[in-house]
Design a protein around this ligand. Structure first.
Ligand code: EPS
Length: 374
């Protein structure tokens, strides 16, 4: 089983991750992690901080000669903007941020003691962990992509695009959106929100291909793959909703218009005519592409601030105005890929076990043989 912990404040010395339970013998290079960290920093609508940082990982344990040892992998990304002790105290909580709920819970009179850790800067650690997981998944042919499907009210139309087309087009788009016309409108919408001192949310989709049937389990609530994926996606800062396959739309349909009919072709085995379930039934992967969406609220820091209350004077005040993004939906997609990679890699480790990559591969191949002869 895989586990990870993150540590670090947005303007502290560094962001840190420890990934535990990874098999031995997996080749991991920091340049691959750095490539993903760079993707996380991009996207139209990001703030000034992304111009200041050049996120680069230092892997300080768990690797020897570029391969995993099976011991915990500790990764550190230094913050260039390290200034936590010199930053001013804050006392007017931003509606929508962790500021007030966190201050009440921990008894802090300086909101910075909450927001520094609540910041989405923490996702630097998750992308580092997720990249190691992606590298493991590639050994089994499992591939993950994300693309933005909505920013503000602007929706993308990508229904007819293949996995590869979605990836190529999304990676070229400043909004990480595979629909060129929608990208243009999204960027305009971001400019409009900026001019109005406002912020935007949106949604991204994650696709996972070549997932074998049988990851996760129906037998216990905490082993359900969709439950674990939803928890991980929901834990990304500012995510307010997650769906699998048709998601909420399934609730409106009749069974005959919702469930995916089963077909059997000797050379291919079992498959489906449609994929409304998003590749998961009964908490178990069914061999179809996994399809997830996550919905992000607008960034809580507004240049034209909302009404709040000063926690010291208890008088009406404007919410704090910090340097911030207008939107971070494009970056959230990259983070979504990372947390999805962690959950799928964990389910693979649970199912195929093993302490080394070669042992895990033997178990995987034996299982595929079993499924073929079913
Ligand atoms: C982030 C760094 C932060 C913000 C953003 C995410 O930089 P700073 O606060 O120093 O300008 O851009 O954080 C938030 C959205 C938030 O609410 O805290 C990053 O590296 O992703």
């Amino acid at each position: 089983m895989l586990k990870y912990l993150t540590a670090g404040e947005s303007h502290g010395e560094a962001i840190i991750a420890i990934l535990e339970g990874m098999v031995s013998g997996l080749k991991v290079s920091s340049s691959v992690i750095n490539r993903e960290l760079k993707r996380r920093m991009q996207g139209y609508g990001r703030g000034e901080r992304m111009g200041l940082e050049k996120d680069a990982v230092n892997i300080i344990s768990g690797l020897k000669n570029g391969a995993t040892l099976g011991s915990p992998i500790a990764m550190v990304v230094n913050n260039k903007d390290f200034s936590i002790s010199s930053l001013n105290a804050l006392s007017s909580p931003r509606p929508g941020h962790a500021d007030l709920a966190g201050a009440l819970k921990y008894g802090h009179k300086d909101l910075r003691n909450i927001l520094e850790r609540a910041s989405a800067r923490e996702t630097v650690a998750r992308v580092s962990v997720g990249t190691v997981c992606k590298i493991l998944l590639m050994e089994f042919g499992i591939d993950i992509l994300s693309h933005v499907v909505m920013i503000g009210g602007v929706e993308a139309h990508t229904k007819d695009l293949t996995f590869d087309e979605l990836r190529t087009l999304a990676e070229k788009s400043p909004a990480r959106c595979a629909d060129e016309a929608a990208t243009k409108l999204m960027c305009e919408e971001i400019d409009n929100a900026k001019d109005a001192g406002d912020t935007l949310g949106g949604a991204f989709e994650i696709l996972v291909k070549n997932v074998p049937p049988g990851l996760g389990s129906h037998v216990q609530w905490d082993r359900k793959l969709d439950g674990n994926l939803a928890r991980s996606l929901m834990s990304i800062q500012a995510i307010k909703g997650v769906s699998v396959g048709l998601g909420a739309i399934a609730a409106r349909r009749r069974g005959s218009q919702c469930h995916d009919e089963i077909i059997y072709i000797r050379e291919r085995g079992f498959s489906r005519k449609t994929n409304n379930a998003g590749g998961i039934e009964g908490g178990i992967s069914n061999g179809e592409e996994i399809v997830l969406r996550a919905y992000m609220k607008p960034i809580a820091t507004l240049k034209r601030p909302l009404r709040s209350v000063d926690i010291k004077t208890k008088k009406q005040a404007k919410a704090e105005v910090e340097r911030a993004d207008i939107t971070a939906v494009p970056a959230a997609g990259v983070i979504g890929e990372a947390v999805t990679a962690f959950e799928i890699a964990n389910a693979m480790c649970v199912k195929f076990g093993g302490d080394s990559l070669s042992e895990m591969k033997r178990n995987f191949e034996g299982y595929l043989e079993q499924v073929k002869e079913f």
